[in-house]
Write a protein that binds this ligand. Sequence first.
Ligand code: NOJ
Length: 916
Amino acid sequence: MMSRNFIALIAILAVVGPWSALAIKAHDFKTCKDAAFCDRLRGVRGPAVHIDPASVSVSGAHVAASIVNPAAPNATLSLRLLSLGSTVRLHVTELSSLRYEVPGILLPSVSEMLEEWKVLQTSDDALELQTSAGHRVVLGFSPPSVACFSPSGEPILKWNADGYFAFEHTRTKQEGDPEGWWEEEFRGHRDSKPQGPNAIAFDVLMEGVQHVYGIPERASRLSLPASVDPNGTAPGEPYRMYNLDVFEYLSDSPFGLYGSIPLLMGHRPAQTSAVFWLNAAEMYVDLAKSEAGTSSRWIAESGVLDVFFLLGPSSSAVAAQYARLTGGTALPQLFSLGYHQCRWNYKDEADVAGVDAGFDLHGIPYDVLWLDIEHTDGKRYFTWDKNLFPTPVRMQQDLASRGRKMVNIVDPHIKTDANYRVYKEAEEKGLFVKNKDGTSFKGHCWPGESAYLDVTNPDVRAWWSQQFYTSVYKESTTNLYIWNDMNEPSVFNGPEITMAKDLLHHGGAEHRDVHNAFGLYYHQGTVEGLRNRGFKEISSEYGDRPFVLSRAFFSGTQRLGPIWTGDNSAEWGHLQASVPMLLSLGVAGLPFSGADVGGFFGNPDAELLTRWYQLAAYYPFFRGHAHIETKRREPWLFGEDATRRVREAIRARYRLMPYLYTLFARANATGEPVMRPLFWEFGDDEAVFDNQEEFLVGPGLLVAPALHQGAAAVPVTLPGRGLWHSLDSGRAYDAALEGDRLHVASADLDALPPTYLRGGHAVTMRERPRRSTAAMRGDPVTLVLGLDRAGVARGELYLDDGRSYAYALAGEYVHATFSLKNNELRWATTDGRDLGLPAPSAEYDPGVVVDRIVILGLADPAAWQARAGDRAVEAEPGPVRAATAVETPALVLRKVALPIKGSWTVTLERRAAASS
Ligand code: NOJ
């Protein structure tokens, strides 16, 4: 008898052909020319419209006005300009019809951010205003424009500077309407467009800016190249945002991939700003660079113009402004910062047990083992293939007994099988996305014919979230977390491998309007499911923080969980591309991200795999994954040398865990990325504005990975003008000296990537090698401090149970700041306000101590001794890492044994000169 899997495979092949035939060629996807609205509006200046001066009113934080088009008297638009402190919101929509506004992306608290405008001047041409933060904002009337200036009067940006503003008003169909208004076709897929032309276009000039970043997701440069000349000629392709399942994407292409965040950041020395357009329709952005700055020209197919100007002035200020709109990063469970081992597919329970044991056998830490689609009964999610996984509960408990977790895939396509409970119930309740005739839409995906839940509907999400209770998801345990894949959504037989735009969602919205947010809503339903499960089944008091990985994303995904960059390949180009890809995501407010280690397609050799682990140890999300047709590649299958090197890389990741976790607590509070481009911290150092070969982890740790085959050394640029301390040799580099600023570091395959600690900063570590993060819970902490020229270094540590919401609900956390200054290291726990937390609980004490303190940058480490109160602390020159005993560049304090909770001081004193 043919297995269900096999029948399903045949069903898919019948529709889409075998993998080789599936390989996506560029022509399977639209370019601007293929999308009628983009073709219509790209490079075309908008109609002559103006603000009617008599319509302008100012009330508190609101400016209201009407935009009139003398050529179309029925097409009057309503404009609102809102002041939200250092953020200005411009909202334009039609008076005469209701257009789709993307719900649930902005935090409810945005309505409380409004701050009164101060009117500086009114005339027939313009209204001059000031924000509470001191920015001057000028609303020009003819043509409409919005210009924002810094409190010191410098121009920051100007909306509609080049006159590209166009708003296609809703109309009725007429004889002789241009082609592409009421229907269009792409590769045999007809899009009926009942609303007709509804697109919106505008431009924003970022003044004096040559470097712009963001608008993920694509595998292109961090500093985005221009797509058009300033005068609009010689066009390349505009940057596209339309969430798609792009098979075998190229490692250097502006092509839009699985997720979209319509946020573009512009940076020049002393001024960072950003434009964020809250709109989930298909969108294109052209970039034109000139001496005046960077002109970004935006076009979306439908929706409203709801644009936020984030006025900075620094990149971290922009991050905070964006986080106030769409939220900070969810504080992840500690385990999820560990290493994840995935493959399509771990075959059966014996395979799972073998891989798990392999890690212990080879002394390699890891936290999570993943199961891809083959673990199910015929791709019916929430079921098990009982031939392969006869005792799933035992399997999950076995992992749990060693402090490890399991993650299962759950995709949004639901097999249309009347005997499949999930399908049956959802169909009976009418929960699926609808065809225009009101029937459930059916498309093809892994299980064959499938229906797709309309997750834009909160009631559907609520139903979906119930599927994750262990009583509903049979033979799951609370040790199981979830992976949401294919949620762009991927529809194998749909236009561009996704849903047709004229399908219908909740409230009558067309798929066209919601497309880029669909994946987020699905992710959200799953996250709500795990959150509810945590409070119901783990702790009614403090719950369990969800872990759900998603492939598709939108603005706001950072509140839910991590994403990964999809189906990359085992090629050096993809290793290189992962750095700007992850940096761009961080810039766009989505810091928790990673790329498949080793490359999803193809087979990495030992060198590429080793380099990938060495780099990925610093990715915010760290997971090895591979396609079903690739050779097995668990870290110990490439010989002893590779095993040792990968072990070292993964252990380096685990050593950094306290620092990483603290950075996530910051990202949670401030929206700042964990993995940061150099310009983020060194906003005046123009030479690094487009550096994407190096990156920072947090503010203080610079990583210069080897990204090329055969590399024996890497060229290193140390930004700024301060000191940097090599964490490999302990040597201090002075970035003010050209020979130090630009140097070549050895990058032996045996060594970890060169890393440097920024003078004035510190990292916290846990140095004992363990099998998982769970096993590190009580381990002592090491502080590594890198002095700046003034002999000062500062850092912080955040720690909690790593799992529940007790930190937020009961103040069960420890947050400490420390600084070394004037030879005194002062440690003190804080009241948590700086991290947006409630006051810390007096009782909560994780019982963790600081045991080792490493100080880099003292001229003569041997000349110092240390004291904690009356107690002498062991102090000797030593290496940076306990495990490397070669050099002695640091002052190392041992057996410090001071608690992380509370406050204390360690004093450094010069030893009395030895008498000769
Ligand atoms: C596509 C995903 O990108 C990949 O990671 C996964 O292994 C396959 N779907 C199968 O589920």
